[in-house]
Structures are given as C-alpha cells and as structure tokens.
Design a binder for this molecule. Structure first.
Ligand SMILES: [Fe+2]
Ligand SMILES: [Fe+2]
Length: 203
C-alpha cells in the first residue's frame, strides 16, 4: 500500500485548484510534481514544505485563462508566444490568492506562496531555497516517466529528441543538488537505453 500523496492540509487546495488544472495535463503534472517536491524536501529539510507544497499545487492554475489553442506555442524548444508564460504566472497569482483566502490552509504563509508562484517560470535564479525547490520540482517533472510520456506526446518527439531537449533546455536551469542528481541520472539511464542495441547485438 502506497502512502497518500497529498498531505491532509493540501487536499482542499487541490480540490479548489482542480477546475483550473483540467487543461494540457496540468492536473497530472501538478500531482507528479508534488510527489517530486516531497522527495526533494526530504533531501533539503531546511526548505519549508508549508510554502513549497501549496505553491506546487497552485503554480499553474493561471494557464486556464490562456486561450487553449495557444498553450503549446508558449513552451517547448522554440516558443513563439513567450509572453504567455508571464501572463499565466500573473493569472496563477490572482487565482491562487483567491483560493488561499477561501481555503485558509493552517500554518501557510500566503504571501510567501504567492511570491514563489510569481516568476516561477520567468525567473531563473533561486530567489530562496523554497523557490529553488518549487522550480526544481516543476522542471524535474520532465525527468519522470510521466513527464516524458506527456511531453513526447505533445510534440511527437523521439526519445533521442526528448533527451536532447532535457539536456540543453531544462536541466541547465536546475537549482538544487538533489534536483540535478535526479535529472542527470534520468538522462544517463535514457542514453544508456538508446545504446542497448549496440551492445546487445550478437557478435
Ligand atoms: Fe508554470
Ligand atoms: Fe508547472
């Protein structure tokens, strides 16, 4: 029996966020990133889970207000509508503020959560350890079986193309040691898998 993914404190936040996350697999992305964040937090106990985990749940709710046909133009290898990334952050902050005011999760510093959601994609450096953990959970999702399956499906990428994107676009932006270790190990395993045939060939 696996243990529950969401902490009891975060279940009402998830339920309030769900209507905003039912596009472009954002609901599944959010849950898997939450699981990754919990693992990163175990390695980085100085970070504050009561800021990081609510921020993970609410960081992408703003995509709901972006026209659906433009979503994939905002991300990927060569985004043509990068402006939408900043726009989804602004909407996410607004919606998250409303949700947090309504749900009132105990012991959560609302402003600290909102500060992390603002700029979670458009700022690269770690603005704090909590910010770094949240950003790494978001990007490390790409280095999970789930993230790979979903993103390859969006762009119809081969495994080799996916590995190249992760190595060149995503992993260089990681900020924590456990995040980097997770991502680099994932890439190493895929690169090994791509060479299986070379070494398994009967000689
Ligand atoms: Fe985002
Ligand atoms: Fe995200």
């Amino acid at each position: 029996m696996t243990s529950d993914l969401l902490l009891p404190r975060d279940l009402p936040l998830w339920n309030a966020a769900r209507p905003y996350l039912d596009i472009r697999n954002n609901d599944e992305h959010t849950l898997v990133a939450y699981g990754v964040a919990k693992a990163l937090l175990r390695e980085l106990p100085q970070a504050d889970e009561s800021v990081v985990l609510p921020a993970v749940i609410l960081h992408d709710v703003g995509w709901k207000r972006i026209p659906q046909d433009l979503l994939l133009l905002a991300i990927g290898r060569n985004p043509t509508r990068k402006d939408l990334v900043a726009e989804h952050e602004r909407h996410s902050v607004e919606i998250a503020r409303e949700i947090l005011a309504e749900v009132k999760p105990a012991g959560v510093n609302v402003q600290a959560v909102l500060d992390i959601i603002a700029g979670h994609d458009t700022t690269t450096p770690a603005r704090s350890l909590n910010d770094a953990v949240m950003k790494d959970a978001d990007k490390c999702w790409r280095t999970t079986p789930h993230g790979m399956k979903i993103i390859r499906g969006w762009y119809d990428w081969s495994v080799a193309e996916y590995v190249d994107m992760v190595k060149t676009v995503s992993n260089p932006r990681l900020l924590t040691e456990p995040g980097r270790a997770m991502a680099e190990t994932f890439v190493a395993s895929l690169e090994a898998e791509l060479q299986l045939e070379t070494y398994m060939r009967v000689t």
